[in-house]
Design a protein around this ligand. Structure first.
Ligand code: URP
Ligand code: ZN
Ligand code: ZN
Ligand code: ZN
Length: 501
C-alpha cells in the first residue's frame, strides 16, 4: 500500500477528541487515522512532519461576500475580492471551504438566475472548495417555488435581511421564506437589525451634523440588534423551523438567543465573528476618516466586557458558528471603496454611505488560535474546531465529507496544520502578509503567534508557510453539493416534516 500523503507527529484535534495520531491520505480522502508510528513502515509519496503541531479539519467559512460589481447592497461601493482572490486568501489562513452569497436583487423574480450568475463567476477560479447561500432580496412567488430546485442543485441555505434598503424583507415576507424553507429543509440565515431604528438614529445624527465614521456605531445601537433578534426568534418559533442568526455582536442579543435555546428548547443557531471578539466601537473613533476601516454591521461594540461575554457564548454553545463575515471594501478608493462616501457635499465623508463590511477570511483562524495560545481558558481547542469547521459543515449539509477527519474515505482530506505550542515568535500582523485584494486589514499591527503552517485541500498541499507560500492553483477548488442540515430541526411534530398549516 502506497499512501499519497502521511501526516505524522501531529496532535489531531477534532470536535470529539484530541489525540496524538498519524493520518494517512489516499487520493482526496482520509484513509486512516492511527496511533503514532503506525505508518512507520508504510510507503508514502509525501510526508509532513507536524512536529507536535495541531492538526485540524480545514476551516469552513460560511460567510463571504466575494462578488464584484453587484448592485450596491451595503452602502455605496462594491466589495473588492473576487472568487479568485477571496478563496486564495482563505486557504492561506487555513480555510478550505467557503460558502459565499449569491445575491438576488429586489427587482428580479428568480433565484435561479442569481445562482447561475454567481456560479459563472466562481467556476474555474477558486482556490478553495465552495458553495453558495442564496441571498433572497425578493421572495416572489417564483422565487419561493424554486426552493426544491435549489435543493436539487445542492444548495440548502439562504440569507435574508431585516435591514438595508436594497435587501430588507418585511416580517410578512420573512414568514413566507421560513415556511417554504421548512418544507424543503433549507437553513435560513437572518441578519437581524431593526431598520427603522437605524434610520431614525441616522436622521437625528444628521440633524446635528455628526457624520464621522464613528457615528456608524451610534446609528446601529445594540437595541436595534436585540429587538430584531427577538423578533426573528418569534417568527422562527411560530413557523417551527430552525434559523441561524448571523454576526451576533451584542451580549444581550446572545442572552436572548441563549434563553430561546435553553428555556424554550428552540433550534435557534447563532454565529459570531472575530471582529466582535477583538474590535470595539473605539476602533471607529480614529483621526480623520481612518475609522471607516472598521465599519461593518452590526458594528463592533463597547468594550472588552462585550468580548468576554461573546467568548463565553462560544464556550457554552450559544454560538454554533464562528465565521468571518468577509466583506472587504478598498479603503483608499473613491469609486468602489470606503471613500465613496466622500463627496462634494460631504468632504469629510458621511457614515451612512460608507460601505458596510471588513475583510477577515484569512485572519479568522490565526487570530483566534493566537488568542487561545496566549489565553487557553478563552475556549477549548475542540470548541474552536467545532465552531469554525464541524458545526458549519453540519448546519450547511457538508458533514461528514467536510468538518471531520473520519477515515475510510468518509471525509475529504482537508486539513490545517498549526505551529507546535507555544507557537511562533510573536509578530505583528501586516496587510502585505495577506492574500486578499483589500488594501488594509482592520487588525494591522496586532500581535499574533499562530498561522496556518500547511493547508491541505483534498489531499494536496495548497499552502506551506515556511519558505514556500501559496502552492494551490486557481481553479483547484470545486463546487460542493450540499444536503440538508444535520443539526436539530423542528420542535413540534416530526423533524422537518410538514404538519398543520
Ligand atoms: O457589514 C457587514 N456585515 N457587511 C456584510 C454584509 C452583511 O450584512 O453581512
Ligand atoms: Zn415549495
Ligand atoms: Zn449580514
Ligand atoms: Zn456578511
Amino acid at each position: 500500500q502506497v499512501f499519497d500523503l502521511l501526516i505524522i507527529n501531529g496532535v489531531v484535534v477534532t470536535t470529539d477528541e484530541t489525540r496524538e495520531v498519524d493520518i494517512a491520505v489516499i487520493g482526496e480522502k482520509i484513509a486512516a487515522v492511527e496511533d503514532r508510528g503506525s505508518f512507520k513502515n508504510a510507503q508514502a509519496k509525501k510526508i509532513i512532519d507536524a512536529e507536535g503541531g495541531w492538526v485540524m479539519p480545514g476551516g469552513i467559512s460560511n460567510h463571504m461576500q466575494v462578488h464584484l460589481q453587484e448592485p450596491q447592497l451595503f452602502g455605496k461601493g462594491s466589495s473588492c475580492d473576487t472568487f479568485e482572490t477571496g478563496t486564495r486568501s482563505a486557504i492561506c489562513g487555513g480555510t478550505t471551504t467557503i460558502i459565499a452569497f449569491a445575491p438576488q436583487s429586489k427587482t428580479e423574480n428568480s433565484l435561479l438566475d442569481a445562482l447561475a450568475r454567481t456560479y459563472a463567476k466562481a467556476e474555474g477560479t477558486c482556490y478553495s472548495d465552495y458553495s453558495f447561500h442564496l441571498l433572497v432580496g425578493n421572495p416572489s412567488e417564483q422565487a419561493l417555488s424554486e426552493f426544491p430546485i435549489l435543493r436539487s442543485k445542492g444548495i440548502s441555505s439562504l440569507k435574508i435581511y431585516m435591514t438595508y434598503e436594497a435587501l430588507q424583507l418585511s416580517d410578512y415576507q420573512i414568514l413566507d421564506v421560513l415556511f417554504e424553507a421548512r418544507r424543503h429543509r433549507i437553513t435560513t440565515l437572518i441578519h437581524a437589525e431593526n431598520n427603522d431604528l437605524i434610520l431614525w438614529m441616522t436622521r437625528k445624527l444628521e440633524e446635528r451634523n455628526l457624520l464621522a465614521p464613528k457615528y456608524h456605531a451610534t446609528s446601529h445601537p445594540p437595541l436595534a440588534e436585540i429587538e430584531a433578534t427577538y423578533r426573528a426568534i418569534c417568527l422562527s418559533e411560530f413557523i417551527d423551523v430552525p434559523i441561524l442568526l448571523v454576526h451576533v455582536s451584542s451580549p444581550t442579543a446572545a442572552e436572548t438567543i441563549r434563553a430561546a435555546q435553553t428555556e424554550r428548547n428552540l433550534p435557534i443557531y447563532a454565529e459570531t465573528c472575530p471582529q466582535y471578539l477583538f474590535l470595539t466601537k473605539h476602533d471607529l473613533d480614529k483621526p480623520g476618516f481612518e475609522g471607516a476601516r472598521c465599519v461593518c454591521s452590526p458594528p463592533p461594540r463597547d468594550s472588552p466586557a462585550d468580548h468576554a461575554a461573546l467568548w463565553r457564548g462560544l464556550s457554552n454553545g450559544t454560538f454554533t458558528i464562528l465565521s468571518s463575515d468577509h466583506c472587504p471594501f478598498l479603503y483608499d478608493d473613491t469609486t468602489t471603496g470606503k471613500k465613496t462616501c466622500i463627496t462634494a457635499q460631504h468632504p469629510q465623508g458621511h457614515f451612512k454611505y460608507i460601505p458596510n463590511g471588513i475583510p477577515g477570511v484569512e485572519t479568522r483562524l490565526p487570530l483566534i488560535l493566537s488568542a487561545l495560545t496566549t489565553s487557553p481558558s478563552l475556549l477549548p481547542l475542540q470548541k474552536f474546531v467545532q465552531t469554525t469547521s464541524t458545526n458549519p459543515a453540519k448546519l450547511y449539509g457538508l458533514y461528514p465529507r467536510k468538518g471531520a477527519l473520519l477515515p475510510g474515505g468518509v471525509s475529504d482530506a482537508d486539513l490545517v496544520i498549526w505551529y507546535p505550542p507555544p507557537g511562533l515568535e510573536p509578530f505583528e500582523l501586516r496587510n502585505e502578509m495577506l492574500h486578499h485584494a483589500c488594501d488594509y486589514t482592520p487588525y494591522e499591527g496586532k500581535v499574533v503567534r499562530q498561522w496556518a503552517r500547511w493547508t491541505v485541500l483534498r489531499g494536496r498541499v495548497v499552502w506551506e508557510r515556511d519558505g514556500v507560500g501559496l502552492v494551490g492553483r486557481k481553479g483547484e477548488g470545486v463546487f460542493v453539493e450540499r444536503g440538508g442540515s444535520s443539526l436539530r430541526g423542528r420542535v413540534r411534530g416530526e423533524e422537518w416534516e410538514v404538519r398543520g398549516f
